[in-house]
Design a protein around this ligand. Structure first.
Ligand code: GLU
Length: 444
């Protein structure tokens, strides 16, 4: 059974980058009939808040990425403690007493010699007496995971292909602080084992972490999950700006972006597949494959998102949007109006045009023409093709054509120069309102 997890820290809102990660984890699980889990990485008690945790859940709901289960790391400290004790008993973790200033000094010395800032494992060489002396000074140890220098790190990344890291070129990672609190690295590996995660999909900023965590899986006697590290998002002109990178569901919602648009875009950018207007994310699953992801960064462009959003609004069925439309706006009205929308919210503007008499600024020379139009509209059969019938008759009677024929009518009926196809709009306005509007405009 395929199991993926999305593991945000509830220290802020979701932004476009981690929405994309969530989506890909969800897609992979759905594609394989598996489970998609939410794990809140809230070991940082100070910065994690329940408000952010709630916001993450509601953002996922808005996106339609509903987890099949969720856990919070802060509920799982007992598990981490037990695993930690086992690792300690086996010599896989060791206590260190250096202060952050002392570590900084070590890094500076290495940098001065042109060497990488790899921890020198001085703490491993401490004798019992040496440790006791530090403790007597009042120091409490932080803990490092001891990398196995003898075993090269290798994995076949589902996106990046074969990956190799030399553990000797990596520092033993600190996994626990002197106050007993946990850093991200070990709890994540413990959870991936405990939750039965089969695929870890995350940004390529985690590649080195993966190398370290692979050794943790081995030390805990478990086979690691498969890994897919995706190239990061960039803006259309290079690095993702702070503004673009911090856009979250609230901002997208305010812009009138449909979750389906965000999903259709984020599912495909950075892959060899084209971005297409798809209203049902399930339709994206078949072709979803890490083999189609490129190594080059994925370009995120807000204008592309807005354009895609409009294309999606144009094809959303009434049933999918009915609860967000103004009352009375039925399927025929929606079908008439949707080709004109960039966002669903604009439907309300057009519905107001249908329902409310416009403030029409018609030209004096059009008044007689509009009076005639009112007469024809009043006598016409409104069952079928009323716009064609009306404009056909007016054309024949007045000799007007093109703009002179259509524009005064549109203005008198809607108060606007542009808008939805009048073939579809006029029946929605209906005979009574249309005749009254034409008469009112003629009499102004
Ligand atoms: N909390 C980590 C992050 O947001 C999770 C990384 C992971 O997927 O393991 O970067």
């Amino acid at each position: 059974m395929t199991v993926t997890r999305f593991a945000p820290s509830p220290t802020g809102r979701l932004h476009v980058g981690n929405i994309r990660t969530a989506l890909h984890n969800w897609m992979w699980a759905r594609k394989h009939g598996g489970r998609f889990l939410l794990r809140l990485d809230d070991t940082d008690i100070e910065r994690s808040t329940t408000e952010h945790a709630e916001a993450i859940r509601s953002d996922l709901t808005w996106l339609g990425l509903i987890p099949d289960g969720h856990v919070r790391q802060s509920d799982r400290f007992a598990l981490y403690e037990a695993r930690f004790e086992a690792l300690r008993a086996d010599g896989h973790v060791y206590p260190c007493y250096e202060s952050s200033e002392e570590l900084e000094l070590k890094r500076k010395v290495l940098a001065g010699r042109g060497l990488p800032p790899i921890y020198d494992r001085a703490a491993l060489a401490l004798s019992d007496a040496g440790r006791a002396a530090y403790e007597a000074e009042g120091r409490r140890p932080h803990w490092r995971f001891r990398l196995d220098h003898a075993t090269p790190i290798h994995w076949d990344d589902l996106i990046r292909g074969p990956q190799n890291l030399d553990p000797k070129l990596l520092s033993d990672p600190v996994i626990r602080r002197a106050d007993g609190s946990w850093l991200y690295m070990l709890p994540s590996a413990i959870d991936d084992i405990d939750m039965g995660v089969t695929h870890v999909v995350r940004g390529e900023d985690h590649v080195t972490n993966t190398g370290l965590q692979l050794q943790m899986f081995t030390a805990m006697g478990s086979a690691p999950p498969a890994f897919a590290h995706e190239a990061l998002l960039v803006g259309s002109e290079g690095k993702l700006s702070k503004r673009l990178g911090s856009l979250g569901c609230d901002a997208f919602r305010e812009e009138g972006i449909e979750p389906a648009a965000l999903i259709a875009l984020l599912a495909r950018i950075g892959t060899s597949l084209p971005v297409e207007p798809v209203t049902d994310p399930a339709a994206l699953l078949d072709s979803f494959d890490f083999a189609r992801f490129g190594r080059a960064p994925a370009r995120f462009d807000l204008d592309e998102l807005k354009a895609l959003n409009a294309r999606i609004v144009h094809i959303l069925p009434h049933a999918a949007v009915a609860d967000r439309l103004p009352t009375g706006m039925d399927a025929a009205a929606w079908d008439a109006i949707r080709p004109n929308l960039s966002t669903l919210a604009e439907a309300a503007d057009w519905w107001a045009v249908v329902e409310n008499a416009p403030n029409a600024a018609v030209a004096d020379e059009d008044r007689d023409y509009l009076a005639r139009a009112a007469g024809i509209a009043n006598g016409a059969d409104w069952n079928d093709g009323i716009w064609k019938a009306l404009t056909g008759a007016l054309g024949t009677e007045t000799g007007r054509k093109g703009k002179a024929l259509f524009l005064p009518l549109r203005l008198a009926l809607t108060g606007r120069e542009h808008g939805p196809d009048m073939n579809a709009l006029l029946p929605l306005i209906g005979k009574e309102r249309a005749v009254a509007r034409l008469e009112a405009a003629a009499a102004l």
